[in-house]
Design a protein around this ligand. Sequence first.
Ligand code: HDE
Length: 736
Amino acid sequence: MNDIHIPGAPQAEPPAAEQPVKPRGPLPPKQDQRAAAPVSPTGAEVPGSDAGRAQQGEYLTTAQGARVRDTDHSLKAGSRGPVLLQDHHLREKIMHFDHERIPERVVHARGAAAHGIFESYGTAGHLTQAKFLAEKTTTKVFTRFSTVLGSRGSADTVRDTRGFSTKFYTEEGNYDLVGNNIPVFFIQDAIKFPDIIHAGKPHPDREIPQAQSAHDTFWDFVSLHTEAQHHTIWNMSDRGIPRSLRMMEGFGVHTFRLVNAEGGSSLVKFHWKPKLGVHSITWEEALMTNGVDPDFHRRDLADAIEAGAFPEWELGVQVFPDSEDQMFHGIDLLDPTKFVPEELAEVQMLGKMTLNANPQNYFAETEQVAFHPGHLVPGIEVTNDPLLQGRLFSYLDTQITRLGGPNFAQIPINRPHAPVNDMLRDGYHQTADHAGVAPYHPNSFDGGNPYPVKDIEESASAPSALIDFPEPVSESVKIRESPQSFDDHYTQVTMFYRSLTRTEQLHVIQAYTFELGKCYEPVIKERQLQQLTHIDADLAAGVAEGLGLPVPEPLQAPVEPEVLSPVLSQLGQTWPIEGRLVGVVVDESTDVAAVQKVRKAIDGQDMVPLVVAPTGAPLSDGTPPQRTYLTARSIEFDAIVFLTASAAGAAGDSPDGDHKLGDPTGDPQVDPRLTLMAAEAYRHGKAVVFTDGSPLLSASGVSTSAPGVLVGTPEKLTDELFTLMGAHRAWERFAA
Ligand code: HDE
């Protein structure tokens, strides 16, 4: 942790904001009207100077810089008369507001981003001449995470793929790695992209459902277009509902080509490995979170960075020979519906990314950033993967509409940190004031500048981007078809399912059952069940049972996979717990010394303790609670310590009276909101700590002997609690 204030630590009360006063006589320039020592929602100080947060100076001006006396009244013919057309301030203010929105991304509309650095280990020189990988350097980055299907205002914890895009501002130009948290894609050819997206987006008549694949058109498409089965099973697994953006892997999906300084080439697949491990939430938590805190993932990312728990990922590659057939262990490396199990090709780590700063302005940075898989630097090239080839067209094309013209590379967040000397001129939103008169090549003005590398450097291997590796092109005829090696749509799907533990397989079964249960058309459910019989008989039987339908006869038997990939499972390991959130629930009778001991222990693990109290009133030592019984819900905590020693907040005592949540038939001595919190955390497999004899135990139905349930003196149980949290969940509590 750095020295940024930890949420919840006692702080000085901010003075009340100054009341605006009616000016009498000349008004002195106003100083900052905000409360002193501004704090963010996590309690941390707001970084940056005041000058940086506004524009320039203290006076309000028009866009032309003229001072404005009054911005609350339009200019009228008399105080009850009509508004005058000559009121430029009114017209300018409303005109600008009318045009504040730009089209959201057609896919990946909802995103959250952060700035950071990439530190290369300097070990990749044998693979690539890209300096930011080959040399031991530090490169600034900007990473945007996203969901795919939902609108910009949709919820974070929907079942979906997550985008994972990183812009590396290298000294050789911008390099974009535009990946996902799932290593395979729905389709093998970009020409199908509009089809899969039209099928996944809401139904065109009622625009329902938002941000979900649980509907007829999606399942219609994937059950008819069988190459989509692989990506779909990853979505139906726990990977579709990550615990945090900080706890997701990232994949480049396609195979790329790396070229070293000697011109030697390799084929690679990119991987991001999160330091905190890969973790997910349960489906019930996801559903609840969408209502309780639709901003759960973006809040988690921003809060962690603000608290100094900077998320980290290692970047690695799987390396394959650049062979003529571009196959590896029977897997066609150009087929984006296939991945190469790490058991067959280990991931070689090349460097580490740390996200350490939140954007200052969401629109300017997160919304206006423009990624493109064709933003390449010397030493990194594309392959003939037909999906990647189509993407190379799409991203440039879509930015023109989204960002209103061809000059989006000049927007600050998109500007390279390398010198730019292009010959692109004019166009909407041109902000460069280009000197020179000869933006063409060759020229005899402007000293002949700029020159292509080949006119300056003699060596053919001098670093330059987009050098077109001399790959032989097959002597073939023009044809609209895929190679035969793209035909197997099931073997890797079976391999994925069988690589999971039983607990995770049951989640997959439940996810298919839920999603297909939301479909109206029986024929679509039956057709997808048929698909499942080609993947795994147990999977098909489990989903059929849940849907109450017969299991269809398989048209082809599942193929026994040659290898399994146990590394795909999220269970059975121990992970760092830093940056996790622990609820510390108190009531009027809780000993504040115990509260402080527990908080200190949690803080000592670089985790965030959040005190949950009956109301917003400070504890007896002045500690302000971060949540109240009314605002807290179990889903935001990774573990909960109940320091409620006695019969807390008897029914009827609570400030919201009859509006308490929970089971009204429960123990009347226990606040039903706490009963609910304990029961949910227990049901979701989280570690929970109770004081000896807590009435909450029996009221919430928590078994004291169940794994992950600790009972005793909470301040003494923290070490045990932290060990439990390292496994993410008490998995034994889930059915297997
Ligand atoms: Fe994208 N994709 N995509 N995609 N994609 C876009 O570009 C597209 C694909 C991915 O945070 C769009 O600027 C086509 C695979 C991410 O700003 C658009 C095809 C992968 C993001 C587009 C694909 C991705 C996008 C929409 C099939 C993982 C968000 C707005 C050939 C490797 C980037 C935009 C951000 C965004 C097209 C398939 C990842 C329309 C045609 C495979 C992470 O251009």
